[in-house]
Design a protein around this ligand. Sequence first.
Ligand SMILES: NC(=O)c1ccc[n+]([C@@H]2O[C@H](COP(=O)([O-])OP(=O)(O)OC[C@H]3O[C@@H](n4cnc5c(N)ncnc54)[C@H](OP(=O)(O)O)[C@@H]3O)[C@@H](O)[C@H]2O)c1
Length: 339
Amino acid sequence: MTARSGSSRARSARGLPIGPGAPRLNVIGCGRAARVVAHLLCDRGMATPGALVNRGLASARAAARFVGGGSPVRTLAEAGAARLWLIGTPDDAIGEMAIALAASGLLRRGDRVFHLSGATPAEVLAPCRDAGAAVAAVHPVKNFSDPAMAVRSFRGTWCGCEGDARALRGLEAAFRALGARTFRIDPAWKPLYHGGGAFACNFLPVLIELALACEERAGVARSTALAMFEPIVRETIDAIFRQGVAPALAGPISRGDAGSVARHLAAMQRWDPAVAQTYRALARTAVGVVASLGRVAPDRLAATRAVIDAPARTPGREPRGPRLSATAGRRRATRRRPG
Ligand SMILES: NC(=O)c1ccc[n+]([C@@H]2O[C@H](COP(=O)([O-])OP(=O)(O)OC[C@H]3O[C@@H](n4cnc5c(N)ncnc54)[C@H](OP(=O)(O)O)[C@@H]3O)[C@@H](O)[C@H]2O)c1
C-alpha cells in the first residue's frame, strides 16, 4: 500500500476523500476487473480495503492479496458497513447481488454502490438506491485478463460512466485521479456501445482463430500460421490507428478483385458453409468501407457485392492431393504474405 497521507478533508480533485477520511470499500465479486479497481483506489488512498465477498473464501483471500488488504469473508452478512460498494460479479449476477445488498441492512444513506459493466445500466442497482445509496456504473474499456498488467497500464483507460449524479461526482473524479479518461454514456444505448467493443476486441481473437482454421485446413501448421500472421496483424492494427480504418483495409475487396473473393467463398463453402457465411457477413461491411474511400470503380465494387450476395452453391469437392506441409507453409510464409 502506498496510501497518501493527508487530512481527512483532502480530496482527489473533488472526488473521493484521500487519506484517513477515505471511504471503506467493500467488494462483492472481486474478480479480474474489480480487484484491479480496488487495488488502484486503495493504493492511491482514495479508499480503504474493506470486506471482499467472492463465491469461495480461497478466491476472496487471493483477491485480498492482490488488493493489498481487506477482509475475505464467506457471506455478505459478514461484510459490515462501507461507504463505497463495488459489485464486480459477472453481469448476470449484478441484479441479484444488488437485491441481496439492499436487503442486507448494511447500506446507509449516502453510501455509493457501483458496478463495472458496459452492457448493464446502473439502474440494475435500483434496489440499493431504494435502500438509500446513490448508484452508478463505471465501465473501463480495458482488458483485465491479466490483472497485474492492467494495474500497470490503467492510466489512460477510457471509462464510460452513468448513474446518479451524487455517485458519479466522486467516482468520476476518483477514476480521473487514477489516470482514467471518463466520459458519459447514455444507459439506454449501453448494449450497443458494449457490442461495439465486442467487435473491436473480443472478436479479434475469434477472427484470428478462423484464420488459423483456414490455414490448418490448407495444410499450414497452426504454429506456423500464427507466426506468419503476427507481423501483418500488427501492421494492420498500427495502420488503423495511424491512417484510419478504410486506408488500413488491404486485400482483394480493397482492390475490387471479385474473382479472388469468389474463390475464397467457393473454397470455404466446400469446406465449411458456416465459415463461408461468416466471411460473407464481414465482406459486406468491407465493401462498404472500401466504397467510402472512392478508390475502387463502382462497377468493380458492384461485381464484388454480387459475388458476396450470390446464393451459396451446393458444395463440390475439396482439392485432391497433398495440402501444403507445415514446412512448405513455413517456407511459403517467409516468401509471400497474404495481401
Ligand atoms: N474482464 C474484463 O476485461 C472487464 C472489462 C470491463 C468491465 N468488466 C466488468 O467487470 C465485471 C466483472 O468481470 P470480470 O471479468 O472481472 O469477472 P470475473 O473475473 O469472472 O470475476 C467475477 C467475480 O465475481 C465473483 N462472483 C460470481 N458470482 C458471485 C456471487 N454470486 N457472489 C459473490 N461473488 C460472485 C467470482 O467469485 P469466484 O472467484 O469465487 O468465482 C469472481 O471473483 C463485469 O461486470 C464485467 O462486465 C470486465
